[in-house]
Write a protein of this length. Structure first.
Length: 190
């Protein structure tokens, strides 16, 4: 169990939000800034987030931000990127700006490309997480195929749908569980 907090409100209160959550739970905390911080904002916030026990910070800077190398060198919290790393071709460049990558199968090209990305990241000593977008159980089931190879798993996009058109995975005690049915174990609703 863990909590992943979305930051980047633009109001300077990101650290206070994390501090408020930390005051009521000992669960592991992870943050996703979704490209909202400048390098200066990240360099101020990340040491404070490290003191609060944040495990990693996802995509603090805009995709392609020149400050990525500096942030990786100076960050007190591991930096993971996803907007900077969509396919295998981008993994090596990410080793220059991040401690890990977030692989989203909807962007990477599927299970096979994602597995190639995992192996490339491991060869470069990068951490690996598998994530998702808002997508059906079909996409989540595909992500579950890659999840055992990853350090972190964030497969919850189907939970944001009013009605999942391809149910099959189930959310049990905070974990997305793949189906025991053949294939990906999902069935499209009629």
């Amino acid at each position: 169990r863990r909590l992943k907090l979305k930051l980047g409100g633009g109001d300077g209160l990101d650290v206070e939000r994390v501090r408020a959550v930390r005051s009521v739970t000992d669960l592991p905390l992870q943050v996703d800034v979704n490209e909202w911080w400048s390098l200066d904002e990240a360099l101020v916030a990340l040491p404070q987030l490290a003191e609060l026990g944040v495990e990693y910070c996802e995509q603090p800077l805009r995709e392609g931000d020149e400050g990525g190398r500096v942030l990786k060198e100076r960050s007190a919290v591991p930096i993971y990127v996803d907007e900077d790393c969509h396919t295998l071709a981008g993994v090596a460049a990410c080793a220059e700006i991040a401690h890990g990558i977030n692989i989203k199968l909807a962007k990477s090209g599927g299970i096979r490309e994602a597995i190639r990305m995992v192996h490339a990241a491991r060869a470069l000593r990068l951490g690996v997480m598998v994530g998702c977008m808002i997508e059906s159980g079909l996409g989540i089931a595909a992500g579950c195929c890659v999840a055992p190879l990853c350090d972190h798993v964030d497969l919850d996009g189907n939970l944001l749908l009013r009605e999942d058109p391809c149910p099959g995975v189930s959310f049990v005690d905070g974990v997305q569980m793949p189906s025991d049915d053949p294939g990906l174990g999902v069935t499209a609703r009629a």
